[in-house]
Design a binder for this molecule. Structure first.
Ligand code: ADP
Ligand code: MG
Length: 481
């Protein structure tokens, strides 16, 4: 017992080396064993420091059996080996740091000892590792279709998108760490974080990126506890350069998972690694979450995704049609964009329904058919008309921009479009005069009243004006069943 106590890592390693020396040729010994430094002995776990990742892989591949056997002789059957790997930090001026990695787990011992080829990738237990590759090769689990090019920009996502782009160009090197993207369902959270991951891999394929849903993270964690390889789980996650966890609100009430995530979060953050998270609500509104974790979520940047406005919805539909090689007439596209304003997933779903029907019936989709189809698709197609929608139609009709209508301009045709828009807003929406005024560059309620009076007067006196208003009225109402 007392001799055990006196054993230091140096003496144990020294004894191991004596045995190893007898079993490998002098050149190999010099190359692979001389540079190793024993650094720790604790609970029969000997930690040796190796100068690089490559070194570690080589040892594991060629000498693990020998290492294991000699260690067993020195410390008994319960002995284990752990590597401390010096990792070069890619960023300029950053110091190298080290990571600890266990050797192949006990379960593989027999296999190794009967001489099956060793594989480094089996070393770190993780379902994402592609078996059969020598280098630790982690499939990033990214969907290649979710890119920045395919992510249409609008007011609804501008901040999140540009922060994401900054992170994608300099993972771990911006103030946005963690980057937390939050927002309701179907608004593009998952798409955006995949886009970041894809961009990082595109710029530097050596960056170790992983996308994982919070749910999967938790089930892996539970498995690792069951299988007694929790350390492997943690080591694996701490090895990443970029960790993307989707839907972290799922961690609510899962205390153990939060705890382990907290540990991984801290390790990665301290080593300058990038964390990207999504959630269905802002960090401050997350419930049943450890305060320490919440405060970390707030360290970086939280950016939300909102429901896209009408123009962005049209742009998303058009982009989707373009990439899928589909054409639909403008009227139909605007009708879809107008009818579905909850989220982008439903918008895409509606488009797909239309196409499915069109190909089924071998029929071109006109507005009537679109209405018929969408009636079954969305619960409530007939909806209130919005002020922004009225503005859009009126501006299109007169060939002017929405900005002009909101501006202070007194140009006659713009004043007229503005007044007509206000008139319809008063007539067809439930908005107050004040709200209507706000939508037109912050005008007050008396301006709106005046506009309505003017339009009524002109309808009686100006024939051409009346025709314009009636045509517009038809166009606006066509979109509300
Ligand atoms: P969430 O994760 O927020 O529930 P997703 O990322 O799954 O939403 O997005 C739902 C669908 O909408 C996906 O097919 C995605 O490609 C699409 N989408 C979301 N935002 C955009 C956007 N800005 N431009 C183009 N497509 C988008
Ligand atoms: Mg999602």
């Amino acid at each position: 017992m007392s001799t055990q106590m006196e054993m230091t890592c140096e003496t144990v390693w020294h004894n191991c080396l004596k045995l190893i020396k007898d079993n490998v040729n002098p050149q190999s010994f010099k190359t692979w064993f001389d540079p190793i430094k024993p650094i720790k002995l604790e609970n029969k776990v000997l930690t040796i420091q190796v100068p690089s990742q490559f070194f570690y892989e080589w040892l594991e591949e060629h000498y693990v059996t020998l290492l294991r056997k000699t260690l067993k002789q020195e410390l008994g059957p319960a002995s284990r080996l752990e590597y401390n790997i010096i990792v070069e930090n890619s960023g300029s001026g950053n110091k190298p740091y080290t990571i600890n990695v266990p050797t192949n787990s006990a379960a593989r011992t027999e296999q190794n000892e009967v001489g099956l080829p060793l594989n480094i990738s089996t070393n770190i237990k993780n379902p994402f590792i592609i078996p059969g590759l020598k280098k630790i090769n982690i499939d990033a689990q990214l969907n290649p279709n979710y890119t920045f090019e395919n992510f249409i920009e609008g007011d609804c996502n501008r901040l999140a998108r540009s922060a994401g782009f900054a992170v994608a160009n300099k993972p771990g090197g911006t103030a946005f760490n963690p980057l937390m993207v939050f927002g309701g369902t179907g608004l593009g959270k998952t798409h955006l974080v995949h886009a970041i991951g894809n961009h990082i891999k595109q710029v530097n394929k050596n960056k170790v990126v992983l996308y994982v849903s919070a749910e999967k993270f938790m089930s892996q964690f539970i498995d690792s506890v069951k299988n007694n390889n929790n350390n492997d789980f943690v080591n694996f996650y701490q090895y990443l350069d970029v960790l993307i966890i989707d839907d972290v609100h799922f961690f609510a009430k899962k205390e153990k998972t939060q705890e382990i995530f907290f540990q991984i979060f801290n390790h990665l953050h301290q080593s300058g690694k990038q964390l990207i998270l999504t959630s269905d609500r802002a960090p401050k509104d997350l419930k049943d979450m450890d305060e320490r974790l919440l405060s970390r979520f707030k360290w970086g940047l939280s950016a939300d995704l909102q429901v896209p406005d009408f123009e962005t919805r049209v742009a998303i539909l058009e982009h989707k049609m373009y990439t899928d090689g589909i054409t639909l007439n403008r009227e139909v596209v605007e009708y879809v964009a107008h009818s579905i304003d909850t989220n982008i997933r439903e918008l895409e779903g509606a488009l797909i329904s239309l196409l499915a029907q069109a190909s089924l019936n071998r029929k071109e989709i006109d507005l009537d058919l679109a209405k018929q189809i969408l009636k079954n698709f969305v619960k409530n197609v007939s909806k209130e008309i919005s002020i922004e929608y009225i503005q859009k139609l009126v501006c299109d009709y007169f060939g002017i921009s929405i900005d002009q209508v909101k501006s202070k301009t007194r140009k006659r045709e713009i004043v007229q479009a503005r007044q007509i828009s206000m008139y319809f807003a008063k007539d067809l929406t439930k908005s107050s005069l004040k709200t209507i005024g706000m939508h037109f560059g912050g005008r007050d309620h008396s301006t709106v009243i005046h506009a309505c009076q003017t339009v009524n007067d002109l309808m009686e006196t100006d024939k051409k004006f009346k025709i314009d208003v009636e045509e517009l009225s038809k166009r606006i109402k066509i979109n509300t069943l």
